[in-house]
Design a binder for this molecule. Structure first.
Ligand SMILES: [Cu+2]
Length: 387
């Protein structure tokens, strides 16, 4: 293993030399089913080039509805009435940020599926289901990539690469919640169809562990590994020494799964933040608040790979965190039935979202329209959360 490590380090020309040296302290009991070559830790600064948000929202900002996302474009084009997504790139007109966009209704919003899957919170998730989920993730990591993304070296990394290439389109604008909803659902669907996963999909209730993520068994050596590695490789849990090929940022460098846990940041994922955002009545306001507060704090609080806006799905904790964000979106929708059939806000190009706006996964799964996925218990998605 140490010989392999050495050759991996020598082979990698993109590394900052001194920062990879601590890797030699990694124990030798490496799970060979995942890590055949020990990947080097990248310096923590490699993930800070594209942080989720340099300064996520404070609780005061959440409660006082001051939640302009730092990464939001400052120059946006004029609102259009188009119903299809376009790729306009040259519009520069300033826009009144208070301007409201039109809202349509879904005619068949009352259509619900008959037997929704239930996503189960980690503490309620049985040991058998936990093992099934771990094994399904490892299965995806050993399957061939689709070939759609050259940087993806296995099927799991297809999803990391997909997120990487679409990052500018689906963050810092109102597509954030709807796109990530379909992204998670499709990831779950691939686990089921390609790795025979039959257990419920999990989520992690961060309101229970705000400020103490590390006390959850999820983030322990028993399961998905600790978070307090100070930017070094994760060396415990089911994904110890996991090697990643996608990221950080828009580049691709062979590196290990690393974390840089900071509970002063995870502290800001609590109920006050979630409820503060869910008190907003407009979808786009709520979505911006969610993205800039609990979402950003959770990413940054786990740190390193998770702090990277582009390639954070390389850390399997991404899916627990985003299921939590998606669950909070559903809780907000439960507050008013009309929220299952209406959309507002704009995409990255400044075009108004409509119910017919496509949600694309670049071919991993077929495009859907926003109206198809607003209701998690509609006929397309058909799931709910256990609470
Ligand atoms: Cu994302």
């Amino acid at each position: 293993m140490r010989l392999s490590l050495l050759s991996a380090v020598v082979a990698s020309t993109e590394l900052v030399s001194a920062a990879v040296l601590p890797i030699v302290d990694i124990p030798i009991d490496v799970p060979t089913d995942i890590a055949t070559i020990l990947a080097p830790a990248l310096p923590i600064t490699a993930f800070n080039n594209t942080p989720k948000f340099v300064t996520p929202l404070s609780l005061d900002q959440v409660l006082n509805s001051i939640f302009k996302i730092p990464t939001e474009p400052t120059t946006q084009p004029e609102q259009t009435t188009q119903t299809e997504q376009t790729t306009q790139t040259e519009q520069t007109e300033q826009e009144d940020p208070n301007e409201k966009v039109s809202v349509e209704s879904v005619q068949d919003a009352s259509t619900t599926c008959t037997n929704p899957r239930v996503r189960v919170e980690w503490d309620n998730y049985s040991t058998a289901d936990r093992n099934s989920f771990v094994n399904a993730l490892k299965c995806l990591m050993t399957k061939k990539p689709s070939g759609i993304f050259s940087q993806a070296k296995n099927r799991y990394e297809d999803f990391v690469a997909l997120h990487q290439v679409l990052t500018p389109n689906v963050h810092g604008n109102a597509k954030f919640l709807v796109w990530h909803r379909y992204y998670l659902w499709s990831f779950e669907d691939v686990l089921r169809t390609e790795c025979a996963f039959t257990a419920p999909f999990p989520w992690f209730d961060e309101t229970k562990y705000a400020g103490k993520f590390g006390t959850s068994s999820l983030m322990s050596g028993d399961w998905f590994g600790s978070i307090n590695f100070g930017g070094k490789c994760v060396t415990n849990g089911k994904f110890a020494n996991l090697a990643l090929n996608v990221g950080p940022g828009t580049g691709n460098t062979f590196h290990c799964l690393s974390r840089n846990g900071d509970e002063s940041k995870t502290a800001n994922t609590g109920a006050a933040y979630v409820n503060g955002c869910n008190a907003r009545t407009d979808y786009s306001d709520m979505a911006a608040c969610s993205e800039g507060s609990a979402h950003a704090w959770g990413h940054n609080g786990i740190g390193a790979v998770m702090q990277d806006t582009y390639a954070s799905p390389g850390d399997p904790l991404f899916f627990f965190h985003h299921a939590f964000i998606d669950r909070n979106f559903r809780v907000w929708q439960n507050g008013n039935a009309a929220r299952l059939s209406a959309i507002d806000g704009k995409d990255a190009a400044g075009n108004a979202l409509t119910l017919n706006t496509p949600v694309s996964l670049n071919g991993i799964r077929p495009n859907v329209a926003i109206k198809d996925i607003l209701n998690t218990m509609g006929t397309k998605l058909c799931y709910k959360y256990n609470y």
